[in-house]
Write a protein that binds this ligand. Structure first.
Ligand SMILES: Nc1ncnc2c1ncn2[C@@H]1O[C@H](COP(=O)(O)OP(=O)(O)OP(=O)(O)O)[C@@H](O)[C@H]1O
Ligand SMILES: [Mg+2]
Length: 296
């Protein structure tokens, strides 16, 4: 019999690890298949957005499956879950951003303050001002800092004159915590700011049109810990005036910024509840496996 080498042992270990991962993936798929409904309270005491039986398809792919969830006034709700589980897809439903994807089809009901946002007569331009979005990668327009903020208010006719526009620009930058850093360089390009400043500029741009809801898709994933801390503090302050839904891969971030947390797995909303409960005492096995780092 030939001698066992280190390579043999490593190969054996890798095969074993792969087998364990495969078994646990099969097990999680089985648990997902056996899913009968979201655990926890999908309703908010004071709902701003109500989503009922939402399904999203990319051609044949059923990316969101029968999700019902409220987003409450003045709350931050986090959406967490493994990559590909549908967090961004669901978030994009909330301001009809999925309309821009040809193969995407959304069914079910989504209301903002009681109004169906998928009503065929509804104009999506004002909707996207009411439900603003901040993306993973800061995306300032190739314009001055001032014009980045003034862009939306101009389109929506929110300012009567230059003084009013100046006021909107200033107050938006103050609320986004950026004013002091940029007040002397408002005519310089937004793209010349640091990554963290650009993300706050994008938040200021979203705030400038007085939205009701702000959607954030991994807003800090391109930022360093200091810039992240500034944005997290800002999210907490913004909650006073806005409703915020945030997708994040950082469970620490979800725990720090949100009052409610929704856990998605393979297109289904597995569990939703108070953030503290989700992280300390999850009810569903899939949630527990995810938050204890067993997969994801
Ligand atoms: N434009 C698209 N066309 C086709 N399929 C898509 C499209 N966008 C997303 N999908 C599919 O829908 C599913 C959900 O994707 P989604 O981007 O919503 O996941 P996610 O939870 O945001 O993942 P991540 O954490 O990696 O950002 C995935 O299987 C993905 O491949
Ligand atoms: Mg995503």
């Amino acid at each position: 019999m030939s001698e066992t080498t280190v390579d043999d042992l490593e190969t054996g270990a890798m095969t074993q690890t792969a087998a364990v991962l495969r078994d646990s993936a099969d097990d999680m798929q089985a648990q997902n298949d056996a899913f009968t409904g979201t655990v926890g309270e999908i309703k908010a005491a004071n709902p701003r957005m109500t989503c009922r039986n939402v399904n999203v398809y990319y051609d044949e792919k059923h990316a969101i499956q029968d999700v019902s969830l409220d987003v409450g006034k003045n709350e931050v709700i986090s959406m967490i879950g493994p990559s590909g589980c549908g967090k961004s897809t669901f978030l994009r439903c909330l301001n009809r951003m999925n309309d821009t994807i040809d193969i995407c089809r959304v069914t079910g009901e989504i209301k903002l303050d009681g109004q169906d946002i998928y009503d065929k007569r509804l104009d999506v331009v004002p909707l996207r001002a009411q439900v603003g979005m901040v993306f993973q990668k800061p995306n300032p327009f190739p314009k001055s800092i001032y014009d980045n903020i003034a862009y939306g208010p101009r389109i929506h006719g929110l300012a009567e004159d230059k003084d009013e526009m100046d006021e909107i620009v200033e107050s938006s930058l103050i609320r986004a915590g950026l004013w002091k850093e940029v007040r002397d360089r408002l005519d310089q390009p937004g793209t010349g700011l640091s990554g963290g400043q650009q993300q706050r500029l994008c938040i200021a741009r979203t705030i400038a049109v007085s939205p009701e809801v702000i959607l954030m898709d991994e807003p800090c994933s391109a930022l360093d810990p200091i810039a992240t801390a500034i944005i997290e503090e800002l999210i907490d302050e913004l909650r006073e005036n806005f409703t915020i839904a945030i997708v994040t891969h950082s469970m620490q971030q979800a725990a720090r910024v949100s009052q409610r947390t929704a856990y998605f797995h393979l297109g289904k909303l597995i569990e939703v509840g108070n953030t503290d409960d989700i992280f300390t005492n999850p009810s569903h096995k899939l949630t527990e496996d995810y938050i204890t780092g067993r997969f994801g």
